[in-house]
Every structure is written in C-alpha cells, then in structure tokens.
Design a protein around this ligand. Structure first.
Ligand code: B12
Length: 253
C-alpha cells in the first residue's frame, strides 16, 4: 500500500484532520451559541456596544448581510428597543447625554447603511410628505421615509421644521397625506396648531402621526387632531396602504 494512501493517514494528515475537527467544532459551537442567543441577549450586546461607542461591535451585533425585506425587522427588533433603554437609563441619570447623542448618531449611520433600497415600482398615489415637527430626533422619520419608499411610495421629505413652515409647504404642495414624527411631548402638542392653521387655509390632509409620545399615550393622536397614529414604521406603511385603497379616485394625483 502506498505510504500516504487514504486508509493509512500520515502524521501530517492526522494533524490536519484534528485541526479541521477543532475548527469545525468552533464553528458549530458559535452557530449553536448564535442560535440559542435570545432576543434580549442581542439587545444587551447591541446596547453595550452603543454605550461603549464601539462602532465595530455595534455593526457586528446587527448581524451580517440581511435580505432586503428583513432589514427593517432587524432595526425594529434591535435598534428601537436599545435606544428606548438608553432613554430610560438617561432619565435615571445612569448614562450621560453624550452617550445618548453618540448612540443616536451611531444608529443613524448603521440604519442608513442597512435600510432597504427604494422600490422602482411606483404606486399610483396622491401627494404625500413627511416631516419632523419642532424636534431634532430624526431617526424615526428616516425609517418611515425609507420603508415607504421601499414599498413603492413617493413622498417629499420636509426634514425638520416649525409649524408655520410646515403649513405653508403642505398648502403649496397640495399634500393629501401628511406624516408627522415627533419624539417630545411639547412637539406633539404643536400638531394641534398645525391642524387648526391648515383648517383655516381650507386644507384637510389626512394626518398620520408617530413617535414616542403617541406610544406612551395612546389617545394623544386624537387630542392633537390627527387622523391616525402608528407605533412603528411598518405599521405606518400598513395605515398608508389601507388609506389609499379607500381614498376616492378624485384624491389621486
Ligand atoms: C437618541 C435620542 C436623542 C438624540 C437624537 C439624535 C438624532 N439625530 O435623532 C439627541 C442626543 C440629539 C437627543 C436630544 C434630546 N433629547 Co432625546 N432621545 C433620544 C432617544 C434615546 C432615542 C430616540 C430614537 O432615535 N429612537 C429610535 C427611533 C427609531 O425610534 P422612534 O423615533 O420612536 O421611531 C419609531 C416609532 O416611534 C415610529 N415613528 C416615529 N416617527 C413616526 C412617524 C410616523 C408618521 C409613523 C407612522 C411612525 C413613526 O417608527 C420608528 C420605527 O419603529 C429617546 C428615548 C426614547 N424613548 O425614544 C430620547 C428622548 C426622545 N429624548 C428626550 C429629550 C428630553 C431630549 C432633549 C430635550 C435632551 C436635552 N436636555 O437636551 C434633547 C432635545 C432635542 C430636540 N430638540 O429635539 C426625551 C423626550 C421626553 C419627552 N416626553 O418629551 C426622550 C424620550 C428621553 C427620555 N426618556 O427622557 N435625544
């Protein structure tokens, strides 16, 4: 039988086989660890990376390449709860404002990189716009904008503006569906004035609102004169889709 025949392994082959077995066992071990990692473990790891301002670890915690249709889910499951936890820690004085700020910036960067691209198949729809009102918390608006575009909707992004600027742009652009994002209670209360000014201008867009104050107080959207609220970006798309299905033809662009 030849010296290095497969049935009689040489010393070198034995070492290779042992190394291969060891690395296979490491890979399997990692896979099992990943499979058994709970959702709260994942949030914990992402949260620690944010608070340590460790960009590389934060990116790794969000996972590798994700299929386009699952990316929003990753953001909703990891980014949103982690930032909420950071907000609560800040309220209790357990993290600094700079940590809140850097976590927000880091998330903006990571979320921008993974949100799904826009869908070229456009939907037949009336003019729509999204804005952040009197508030500099921009991440929620960015997610809603991106996920609507990924679902084939076209909408204007007004960025952050105050009530008067918002009203004049809505009137000028003949907006039929207006999405407003706010994260602070005083900003949420300003929506009431926006609605009143629009009424005075004879403009009655459908107003869909979202953001933390509406999740804390589930009746607030009615009090500020909105037509609907949604808890998440994905829910926002569902509300828009349903609204447009039921909209009389005359309202379409
Ligand atoms: C990151 C952060 C910041 C960052 C913002 C960075 C940035 N560029 O966005 C910085 C450091 C700048 C910041 C500043 C401040 N912040 Co701050 N911040 C946060 C924090 C921790 C996370 C916010 C966030 O980005 N969440 C992740 C995003 C994706 O979630 P989201 O916006 O809620 O969006 C989701 C849904 O709500 C929904 N959604 C959002 N908008 C819309 C709109 C529509 C139409 C739809 C359908 C859905 C929808 O979809 C999104 C995805 O599911 C929150 C804590 C919290 N509980 O929210 C505090 C928080 C919002 N901040 C707060 C405060 C007080 C401030 C400051 C006043 C602090 C200060 N003393 O200076 C300033 C004010 C800045 C300003 N004028 O706007 C308070 C607000 C309290 C209140 N009730 O009014 C919070 C709640 C913290 C707390 N617990 O006290 N903040």
């Amino acid at each position: 039988m030849a010296k290095n025949s497969p049935s009689v392994p040489s010393g070198e082959m034995v070492v290779h086989a042992r190394r291969a077995r060891q690395s296979l066992s490491v890979v399997l071990h990692l896979k099992v660890a990943k499979a058994t990692m709970t959702h709260s473990d994942q949030v914990e790891i992402f949260l620690d990376a944010l608070l340590a301002m460790d960009r590389v670890a934060a990116k790794r915690a969000l996972g590798g390449p994700t299929p386009a249709d699952a990316r929003l889910d990753v953001v909703e499951r990891l980014v949103v709860p982690s930032l909420e936890r950071i907000g609560a820690l800040w309220e209790r004085g357990e993290v600094s404002l700079s940590q809140v700020y850097m976590s927000g910036r880091l998330c903006e960067e990571l979320v921008d990189a993974i949100l799904p691209p826009s869908d070229p198949r456009r939907v037949d729809q009336p003019p729509m716009a999204i804005a952040v009102l009197d508030d500099y918390h921009l991440l929620g608006k960015r997610m809603v904008y991106s996920v609507l575009r990924a679902s084939g909707y076209e909408l204007k992004d007004y960025g952050t503006l105050d009530g008067d600027a918002l009203v004049s742009r809505v009137v000028r652009d003949g907006i039929v569906v207006l999405l407003i994002s706010v994260l602070m209670l005083p900003s949420a209360l300003h929506i009431k004035r926006v609605r009143e000014s629009l009424d005075r201008a004879g403009c009655r867009p459908f107003i869909l609102v979202g953001g933390a104050p509406f999740r804390f107080d589930t009746e607030l959207w009615r009090e500020v004169g909105a037509d609907a609220m949604a808890d998440t970006a994905a829910e926002g798309v569902a509300v828009v889709r349903k609204l447009l299905e039921n909209l009389p033809k005359g309202h379409r662009a």
